[in-house]
Design a protein around this ligand. Structure first.
Ligand code: AMP
Length: 421
């Protein structure tokens, strides 16, 4: 199927051609006709599946039809709520791209930056608003934004919004939009809280589940290296000596870890920058564009940045730390192999992370091939020593176990960075 087989208007088809897109991705194929009919959608899809265009294209088309009737009166009619600044910026860029031949205006608002430029854009009149929850509520309170004319609401990465503690903000936003509206709800995973939230706000939705979080990883060439924690930087250097890895996104569990890895790489003349929640919005955007335009070869990111990063032709994702939440693995490696492209995902796994690896393999229903011939193999002695040390140190902590159990396995972990559900 090509885009011209879908009921899409000519100016959008031309914009898609300009982007080099010929064939819709599965979520686009399913969602575009449904959304164009004004129906609600419950979409289970993660970033990388083309879901932004799946909602942006019908929104642009529906608004164009409305604009003809309204003779261009600009009021905010579409609201897209998204968890992170990066994602909101990317969604804004998508509207720019697919709407390049239309006369619709959008604004992107998010926190962490002064509000002036955003309020100025709002005052000039916009049709589409892309927003993160906090700044949106803030500007609503200051009366810069009214949601009373919203006819289409998109909740993007709803699971992420819940994870980030935005549930109350989302509920306040929902209370401010008209009940009579079209709602498009997207989430990468469908845990019970998400199902509950979605059923409370969607009206007879069409369910579209293109890629269960665990199956998008099929096209990505995955491998795991067993390595001692202390040897991870040397192994990273060894891997990056391979010049065929043009760009690499390296994930660490903590912000501190991201900074440390980036420092080590730069010392070894591998240009890199770290991106994480402690960095200012400006620094994050700068690092991202330096990575996109290849000024730096390696971007080191903590998980908070994982979902929002959209880079075409990213050749390699390296998990410097094996993630302790299996879904995080899927989201991290989903940064490569986007929209059907090939990708490589390498994971470093130390003794203590072996349990996490087991959980990941269970989720993706696949054994990740182990690379054994590398210069820093995990020695059996080292492995035994760590297990022994853990046995000795874990005894006095037993009273705290229930508070730090692994969500999937019930296994205990006292390390920094564990997310609790
Ligand atoms: P998304 O899931 O919306 O974050 O999109 C993932 C990536 O796929 C983005 O870089 C898009 O530019 C790209 N993309 C979206 N739709 C298509 C398509 N039909 N053909 C090729 N690339 C696409």
């Amino acid at each position: 199927m090509t885009f011209s087989d879908l009921p899409i208007i000519e100016p959008i088809l031309r914009a898609l051609e300009h982007e080099g897109y010929t064939n819709p991705t599965p979520i686009q194929e399913e969602a575009i006709p449904v959304a164009l009919q004004g129906k609600d959608i419950l979409g289970c899809a993660q970033t990388g599946t083309g879901k932004t265009a799946a909602f942006a294209i019908p929104i642009l088309q529906l608004l164009t039809a409305q604009a003809d009737r309204n003779q261009g009166r600009r009021i905010v009619k579409v609201l897209i709520v998204t968890p992170t600044r990066e994602l909101s910026i990317q969604i804004g860029e998508s509207f720019d791209a697919y709407g390049r031949h239309l006369h619709l205006k959008h604004a992107v608002i998010f926190g962490g930056v002064p509000q002036n430029a955003q309020t100025k854009a709002l005052q000039q009149g916009v049709d589409i608003l892309v927003a993160t929850p906090g700044r949106l509520l803030d500007l609503m309170q200051q009366k810069f934004i009214s949601l009373k004319n919203i006819s289409i609401l998109v909740l993007d990465e709803a699971d992420r919004m819940l994870d980030m503690g935005f549930i109350h903000d989302v509920k306040r936003i929902l209370a401010a939009v008209p009940l009579k509206r079209q709602t498009l709800f997207f989430s990468a995973t469908m845990p019970p809280e998400i199902v509950k939230l979605s059923s409370s706000i969607l009206h007879q939705p069409t369910n579209i589940a293109v890629t269960p979080a665990s199956s998008t990883v099929e096209i990505i060439e995955q491998s795991v290296y067993f390595v001692a924690k202390a040897d991870k930087p040397s192994l990273l250097m060894h891997i990056l000596r391979d010049k065929s890895i043009e760009t690499a996104l390296v994930f660490t569990r903590t912000k501190h870890g991201a900074d440390k890895v980036s420092r080590i790489l730069n010392k070894c003349n591998i240009k890199s920058e770290a991106i994480h929640g402690n960095k200012t919005q400006g620094a994050r955007q700068r690092a991202l564009s330096n990575f996109k335009n290849r000024t730096i070869r390696v971007l080191v990111a903590s998980d908070i940045a994982a979902r929002g990063i959209d880079i075409d032709e990213l050749s390699c994702v390296i998990n410097f730390d094996t993630p302790n939440i299996p879904e995080t693995y899927v989201h991290r490696i989903g940064r490569t192999g986007r929209a059907g492209a090939d990708g490589i995902a390498i994971s470093f796994c130390d003794v203590e992370e072996k349990a996490y690896l087991k959980d990941i393999q269970k989720l993706i229903a696949k054994q990740i091939p182990v690379v054994t011939n590398h210069p820093f193999p995990l020695s059996l002695d080292a492995e035994a020593a760590v297990v022994e040390k853990k046995k000795n140190t874990s005894k006095p902590q037993s009273a705290n176990r229930s508070r730090s159990q692994h969500p999937a396995t019930g296994r205990v972990d006292s390390r920094e960075g564990r997310r609790r559900r």
